[in-house]
Every structure is written in C-alpha cells, then in structure tokens.
Design a protein around this ligand. Structure first.
Ligand code: ADP
Ligand code: MG
Length: 395
C-alpha cells in the first residue's frame, strides 16, 4: 500500500482519533448486537494504540440517523461490546463533539479507549462539513482511518478530518487495500472473477473493470438472467433488466475480444414464485417454464464453473450465484464457496450478502481475505479512488 499506516507514525502517548466502522446489526427490541465482526476487525489497531499508551478516541456511524439524534442508533451497546472484547471499560460520550464528548476525551488515561456518539447524529457528517471536521480533529494529535467499509464516502469523519491532522491507515484498512489491491494490481495469474447478485446495473462498473484483469469471468445471480436473455434465451419470469440487455451484449463481446472465458449458466433452479417456500425444479436454461423464474444456478453450471476455475491462482468473488438467503436456492453458491475454500487459490470475497453467506457456512477463514466493506470493496474493484483512502498521507 502506498499510504502511511499507524506503524509509520509516532503514536506513543498521543491522542489519536480513530475512525472505525462499527455499523453492526443490532436487534431493535433488545439492543443486542447480532454480529460483532466489524468490532473485532478493528481490534488490532485499537490494541496497538493501547500498547503504545496512546489515548484512542473512536468515532463511528451506526445506521442512517440522517443528521439527528435517534435513540435506537446510539453507540452505547457497541462501546459495551468493545469493552468486553478489550477487557477494559470503554466510556461512550452522549454527543459527538459537545460537552460530553469533550469531558470523555479529557478523562482518558494513556492506553485508554473511549467512543464518541454516532457521528451521523451530526448534520455536518455526511456533508463533509469542514466545521465538524475541525471539531473532531480538535480531540486528537493524529487521525487513523480504519473504517474501510465507509472509505468510499467523503464525509467529515472519513475524509474532511484528514485536512487537519496527520492522517494514516489502521491495520484493517491496510489489510483490505492490500488484498483487494492484490486482485487488481499484479495478481498471480490466471485470475478469475465470479460476479453475481441481484442486478447487472449495480455491478456493471466492476464487470467492465475486471474484464481487463481476468482470464475467466463467471456470471451468476439475478444478473445472469439478463445475460441469458441478451443471448436470446427465454428466461420466463426471471428478474431481467431490459434496459441492460445492450450492456450485457457489450460485456459478452468485450470478453470475446479479450479472450476471456465467460461462464453463463447452462442450467438453473427455477421457482414458480419469488418465495422461500416456492415450488422449485432444476431445468436447462433453454427450458425455463413461462411463469417460472431462475433463482439459482444448477448442478451442470456448478460443474462447468468448477472446471473453468481449475488451476486458477487468484479469484475475486462478489455477489451470490442465487438467492442464497433461502436454502432451496443456495446450493450453487454453497458449492462454489466450498470448492474455492479447498482450491488453494488466493480467494478474495467482497459484497454484503456474499460475505454473510461464507460466514454462515463457517468458511470465512479458508479464504485469503473476506472484505468488511460491501460498497467500498465494490468501488475499489471498479478501480475507483476511495476518498477515505485518498485523504491519507502517502508513504
Ligand atoms: P452482494 O451484497 O454480495 O454484493 P448483491 O447485493 O449484489 O450481493 O446481491 C445479493 C442479492 O441478490 C441477494 O439478496 C439475492 O437474493 C439476490 N439474488 C441472487 N440471485 C438472484 C436471482 N436469480 N433472482 C433474484 N435475486 C437474486
Ligand atoms: Mg448486497
């Protein structure tokens, strides 16, 4: 990575403002944290700062409170969970840059950790208001951005604040950029991309960017139906984006021009309605009944994709191959997830639903990298500059 990290700066005894992404799912009724992966992911940076007797002031968003105080979006349960993980109390201010925040920061001892309240309670956050950035910066001597999941946003706490303090990456940020970067710059060939998910429109930029990087491109999920229709296949009542048919044809032509092996489903699990308990059967894609819809790839497709992935050294996967949240339509995604886990290739997985799926399968540890940032990892793989990364000091 060409950005400085927390290792490249003297943090000993300093006050450090750390942007973390603790946007965890919380059960509204009980306030219980349903998945603390994002909190755990920031522990290496926080622990490093504590070991160096820095005073760590953590700032995060949670949900979309849209610039006002929303009681259910308070970070109190998150601070409590972090405290459990650290085995040390983590006081949480009741405001972002007000008197409570000031008092909480002032009370920090060397090696201590505190949290500001949900930064999106401040109307200036998402507007990248320089006044808010300045107020946040006033709490610290150094800024560390470890919030990869929010790095694609130019907000006061992810980008603006870097104008006022020496700004470096945390360890999670470093790891994300290293692994995702390894896929797009100098990956070990051959390289394959597996792109699935609901819509071609949300993945078109990544498809186009990766076409110049890979030798194998495998398509799944809802978007496969648009590709199939573009090739003249009757996909019945499947999810199709008719305004993307030309785009799909362009991708097919570009893959041919570049000699990229393009995988499209040969068979599919079809359902009579878009429901978990729908009637389902496996058919060749040429035989999708008129009122039925494709909700997963079939076993022939899985075998074909596995054959195309054989010998591949680097794989990036974004987007499930079917409606993987529903058991009946998860077989294709699960089969490929298991195949990749055992493949020995450098596998990098991104995307909200895709990551949730491999975690549910208990396979996350088997891959080189599972990204914590859905939208951010997608934008990175599209070749775009992430404002939260651009704002950091160059090495
Ligand atoms: P990710 O979050 O991993 O980037 P997306 O958000 O792009 O993935 O897409 C995931 C969604 O795509 C899932 O909610 C899944 O239900 C949906 N999906 C996958 N295959 C199909 C399909 N064949 N038809 C309709 N929706 C699908
Ligand atoms: Mg998603």
């Amino acid at each position: 990575m060409n950005k400085k990290t927390v290792r490249d700066i003297d943090v000993d005894g300093k006050r450090v403002l750390v942007r973390v992404d603790f946007n965890v799912p919380i059960d509204k009724a009980t306030g219980r944290i349903l998945d603390d992966t994002r909190i755990r992911a920031a522990l290496p940076t926080i622990t490093y700062l504590r070991e160096h007797k820095a005073r760590a002031v953590l700032v995060s968003h949670l949900g979309r409170p849209d610039g006002k105080v929303v009681e259910s979006a308070r970070l109190t349960p998150v601070a409590a969970r972090l405290g459990e993980l650290l085995g040390a109390a983590v006081p949480c201010a009741t405001d972002v840059v007000g008197p409570s925040a000031q008092a909480t920061v002032d009370a920090l001892a060397p090696g201590g950790v505190c949290m500001l309240e949900n930064v999106r309670f401040e109307p200036g956050e998402e507007k990248d208001d320089p006044a808010l950035a300045k107020q946040l910066a006033a709490f610290a001597d150094i800024y560390v951005n470890d919030a990869f999941g929010t790095a694609h946003r130019a907000h006061a706490s992810t980008a603006g604040v870097a104008a006022h303090l020496p700004a470096v990456a945390g360890f999670l940020m470093e790891k994300e950029i290293d692994y995702l970067g390894r896929v797009v710059t100098n990956p070990e060939p051959p390289v394959a991309a597996i792109i699935g998910g609901a819509k071609i429109s949300s993945k078109i930029a990544v498809l186009q960017h990766l076409l110049s990087k890979v030798s194998v491109l495998l398509i799944g999920g809802g978007m496969a139906s648009t590709f199939l229709k573009a090739k003249g296949v009757d996909v019945g009542a499947s999810l199709v984006e008719d305004d993307q048919l030309a785009t799909a044809r362009d991708v097919i032509a570009e893959a041919q021009r570049r000699n990229v092996t393009l995988g499209l489903p040969a068979d599919a699990v079809v359902a009579d309605r878009f429901e978990e308990g729908a009637k389902s059967k496996t058919v060749d894609v040429s035989a999708v009944p008129a009122a039925w819809m494709i909700l997963d790839v079939g076993p022939k497709t899985v075998a074909d994709y596995e054959a195309k992935l054989a010998g591949v050294k680097t794989v990036v996967w974004n987007g499930p191959l079917g409606v993987a949240e529903w058991e009946a339509f998860a077989h294709g995604s699960h089969a490929i997830a298991r195949f990749l886990a055992a493949s020995g290739a450098t596998v990098v997985i991104g995307g909200g639903e895709t990551v949730a799926m491999v975690q549910d399968l208990g396979l996350a540890e088997k891959y080189a990298h599972v990204s914590t940032g859905g939208g951010a990892s997608l934008e990175f793989l599209e070749g775009r500059t992430l404002p939260g990364v651009a704002a950091l000091l160059d090495r």
